[in-house]
Write a protein that binds this ligand. Structure first.
Ligand code: 13P
Length: 335
């Protein structure tokens, strides 16, 4: 088994999932100001350190995605953040894209940047202790979008990123996110997501990326958040599986979904159903940001000294999602 495949399995094997704590400073500022906490480097670290020191890190969280600011910070116990995470048995990872910018030629869409100087940045992150990385391509969805230009340029960037990351001995998380915003049906989401994922694999193969050493991080197949035609969680799970079975080559070890604006419960329930119906060899796990942190952040914002209470809430969500990643979750465990 290759070293990269080993790392991927360590991150999402045995029901473990990923804590996406890689919000950019802008996004984290928005999350903190929503709960009336000033967004200082100290406060951003304070909350994250509470999560990284939780007991569920050992049992549930196989990897943590960090942001550039966090990976270079020092914990209150004077440890490197990568060491704090590694000591729990979890692996530190790093978001390496520099954000989604306006796509020239189709200004209503976005292209993710960050390839210039990437190899050098990766070497630095590897030295600090990162074992895996993340790059997110983002796609609008409507009658005309995503355009061919957006599908092909984002797939190209994801593939170039993945090839360089593997060259630097880390596992790339490949994240093509078809956004939830809009009035589209789940069928539309299924069709567009299929095209997006197929194009990503075409480019990954062209760029000679070892598919056994990546983790795919896709959206689930959902109706748009303004759609009048919502579908049941059972249908979400079945359509999501159908899409991934069709589009993802069998060498890929696993898939870790983003939560993308679903509520905590929805994200857990959908993941559980996906695993209950999973008739593939793919591991189906989670790489949640909001769906792992929302309740913990809300509680902490009102009780910043209550570390234990904050950790209890986070541990519960991590445990529920780890059960869901094995198809063993049920609603009565939430009460
Ligand atoms: P959400 O689960 O909040 O969508 O975040 C996951 C992520 O890493 C988005 O890039």
């Amino acid at each position: 088994m290759s070293e990269l495949n080993n790392i991927a399995l360590k991150i999402i094997g045995n029901g473990k999932g990923i804590l996406a704590a890689d919000e950019s400073t802008n996004t984290m500022t928005k999350r903190l100001s929503d709960v009336n906490v000033p967004s200082t480097p100290e406060n951003r670290l304070l909350f994250r350190e509470i999560l990284f020191s939780s007991t569920s890190m050992t049992d549930c969280i196989g990897g943590v995605i960090l942001y550039d600011e966090t990976i270079k910070q020092i914990s209150s116990q004077k440890n490197k953040i990568t060491e704090l995470i590694s000591e729990t048995g979890s692996l530190p990872g790093i978001k390496v894209d520099t954000g989604a910018k306006i796509l020239a030629g189709s200004p209503d869409e976005k292209i993710t940047e960050g390839l210039d100087g990437l190899r050098e940045r990766l070497k630095e992150y590897y030295k600090i202790g990162a074992k895996f990385t993340k790059w997110r391509g983002v796609y609008n969805i409507s009658k005309d979008y995503p355009s061919k230009l957006s599908i092909s340029s984002n797939a190209h960037a994801l593939a170039r990123y993945s090839a360089i990351v593997q060259e630097c001995n880390m596992v790339p998380i490949v994240e093509p996110e078809v956004l939830m915003d809009g009035e589209h049906t789940a069928e539309d989401c299924y069709e567009k997501t299929s095209i997006v994922i197929e194009k990503c694999f075409e480019e990954l193969i062209l760029h000679k990326v070892d598919l056994k050493g990546i983790i795919l991080k896709p959206n689930m197949i959902l109706a748009g958040n303004k759609s009048k035609n919502k579908i049941s969680n059972n249908e979400v799970a079945k359509l999501t599986l159908k899409c991934l079975k069709k589009c993802v080559p069998s060498e890929v070890p696993g898939i870790a979904f983003l939560s993308g604006g679903q509520s905590e419960l929805e994200a857990t329930e959908n993941l559980d159903l996906i695993n209950k119906y999973n008739d593939t060899n793919f591991i189906m796990s989670y790489s949640y940001g909001r769906a792992l942190q929302q309740s913990a952040l809300k509680f902490w914002s009102k009780n910043t000294k209550n570390v234990e209470g904050t950790q209890k809430i986070f541990n519960h969500r991590a445990k529920m999602n780890t059960l869901a990643a094995q198809g063993n979750w049920s609603k009565d465990l939430e009460i």
